[in-house]
Design a protein around this ligand. Structure first.
Ligand SMILES: [Zn+2]
Length: 77
């Protein structure tokens, strides 16, 4: 994937956590699962044994990371 800011090739990797990874609207930190917040986007549900992970492309030049949540959460696809 090319970086939309500088057009250089991005590095594919993962963002991982011991907890659910989700986007929630606004800048206020909240507790609890994303499902409790309307409009939230779960990027990776929690797997109690493996944690959670989502594919992400990194541009070290621009210091930007892009996550596509339309793709399968299965990291092997
Ligand atoms: Zn870039």
């Amino acid at each position: 994937m090319k970086c939309p800011y500088c057009n250089k090739e991005m590095e594919l990797g993962i963002i991982q956590s011991a907890r659910e990874i989700a986007w929630k609207e606004g800048l206020e930190r909240t507790k609890g699962r994303a499902a409790a917040y309307e409009g939230s986007v779960v990027l990776s549900g929690l797997d109690f044994f493996a944690g959670s992970a989502v594919k992400a492309s990194n541009c070290r030049e621009c210091k930007k990371i892009i996550i596509s949540y339309s793709s399968s959460p299965d990291l092997n696809k």
